[in-house]
Design a protein around this ligand. Structure first.
Ligand code: ZN
Length: 336
C-alpha cells in the first residue's frame, strides 16, 4: 500500500463513520469559497527555531565564494536550511483539483513569495574562499556580490531562488463551482509546522552555477589519496551528512508524486461519496455533497508520511521521493 492510500484510509478507519454523513455542513446547501495561501516565509515563521549547522566547505580546485551570512571560518560555512512545504501548495495541491473540489464550492491557491529576504541575502557580502586562501589564513578578502538574474518559475511551479528584487507571485487555481457545499475545515493552512521540513540547499554559495563540476572532495574523502568528484556532489554530500535530511533544489518529480498520492485521497472520497447516497438521512446528492469532515486527517497523514521519505534517518533518498537530483546521486554514489 502506498502512502496516499494509507492517508486515505485514515479518513474512513471505521466503516460506520461516513465522512459525508458526519459532515457539519448544513443540510441546506451553502456554497463557500476557500483561498489557500502558499507562503514560504509563513511556513518558516511557524516552524521556528530554524536549525543551523556548520559544514565543512569542500576542498576544491577552483575559487568559490560564500555569502558572509553563512561564513563561519576559513573551512566552514553555516548552512541554513530552507522551509520546505512537504505537500507543496502550488506545485502539488493547486495542481490537484480532484482534491480541491472536496474542500469548498470554489477553491483557489495563492502563492506568495516575498522577495525581501532573498534580496538581502543576495546582496550581502560574499567572502572568497580559494585553495590558496585556505592555506594562508588571514588572506581572505571580502567582495560585494549582486545577483541580477530575474525571477523565474520552473515547470514544477517552484520559484528559482537566486534572484533580486521584491516579488509577490500569485497563482489562482479555482475549481469547479458547487461540487460540495459547506467547507471542509475553515482553518486549513498549508503553512503549518506539520507541513514543514527544514532542508539544506546551496544558498550559501554565491555562484552555484560557476562552481558546478569543478573538482572537489567531500568531507569523508582524502584529497591526497582520493580522486576528485564534482563540487556540487561534494557540497550536497556534506550538507546531507550533517543535517541528515535530503538536499533541496528543484524537484518536479517529487511534486508530481505528491499529486499522484493526493489523487488516492480523491479516489477514496469518491468511493465514500457513492456509498453515502445509500445512507439513511444522507445529505448527499450526486455531484453535490456536504464537504467531508475527515479530509484534514488524510492531508495531515500524507504530510507526515511524506516527511519520513525526506528524513535520511528513516529513508534513504529513493525515486521518486527526492527533493533534488543531487540527493539521489549522493546517496547512490557515496552511501551504501
Ligand atoms: Zn453517508
Amino acid at each position: 500500500m502506498d502512502i496516499g492510500e494509507m492517508a486515505a484510509l485514515a479518513m474512513t478507519k471505521d466503516d460506520t463513520q461516513c465522512p459525508f454523513c458526519k459532515s457539519k455542513s448544513k443540510a441546506k446547501p451553502k456554497l463557500e469559497e476557500l483561498e489557500l495561501v502558499n507562503d514560504s516565509s509563513k511556513l518558516a515563521g511557524n516552524s521556528k527555531p530554524k536549525p543551523k549547522k556548520k559544514i565543512d566547505s569542500p576542498p576544491c580546485n577552483a575559487d568559490y565564494l560564500i555569502f558572509e551570512d553563512y561564513w563561519k571560518g576559513k573551512d566552514k560555512s553555516e548552512v541554513v536550511p530552507n522551509a520546505h512545504h512537504v505537500i507543496p501548495g502550488n506545485a502539488a495541491l493547486a495542481r490537484t483539483p480532484k482534491v480541491l473540489r472536496w474542500m469548498a464550492a470554489k477553491v483557489s491557491v495563492k502563492k506568495v513569495e516575498k522577495g525581501a529576504t532573498v534580496s538581502k541575502t543576495v546582496r550581502s557580502k560574499a567572502k572568497k574562499q580559494s585553495a590558496a586562501a585556505r592555506k594562508k589564513a588571514g588572506k581572505i578578502g571580502g567582495k560585494q556580490i549582486v545577483d541580477t538574474r530575474p525571477l523565474v518559475e520552473d515547470k514544477a511551479g517552484e520559484i528559482a531562488w537566486t534572484v533580486q528584487g521584491k516579488k509577490i507571485d500569485r497563482h489562482y487555481k479555482p475549481v469547479k463551482d458547487d461540487y460540495v457545499f459547506g467547507i471542509f475545515y475553515d482553518e486549513f493552512d498549508i503553512n503549518l509546522r506539520l507541513n514543514n521540513i527544514w532542508l539544506p540547499s546551496h544558498c550559501a554559495i554565491a555562484d552555484w552555477t560557476a562552481v558546478k563540476r569543478k573538482p572537489a572532495w567531500h568531507m569523508n574523502q582524502d584529497p591526497e589519496k582520493d580522486k576528485p568528484i564534482p563540487f556540487e556532489e561534494a557540497y550536497a554530500y556534506n550538507a546531507m551528512e550533517v543535517f541528515y535530511t535530503q538536499f533541496h533544489d528543484s524537484h518536479g518529480t517529487y511534486s508530481k508524486e505528491v499529486v499522484k498520492q493526493l489523487k488516492k485521497i480523491d479516489a477514496k472520497l469518491t468511493e465514500s461519496a457513492k456509498k453515502c447516497l445509500q445512507h439513511p438521512n444522507t445529505k448527499s446528492k450526486k455531484g453535490h455533497y456536504p464537504a467531508p469532515t475527515n479530509l484534514i486527517i488524510a492531508l495531515r497523514k500524507l504530510s507526515r508520511l511524506t516527511k519520513d521519505k525526506l528524513d535520511i534517518a528513516k529513508t534513504f533518498p529513493e525515486h521518486p521521493w527526492y527533493t533534488s537530483k543531487l540527493a539521489l546521486k549522493v546517496s547512490d554514489k557515496y552511501w551504501d
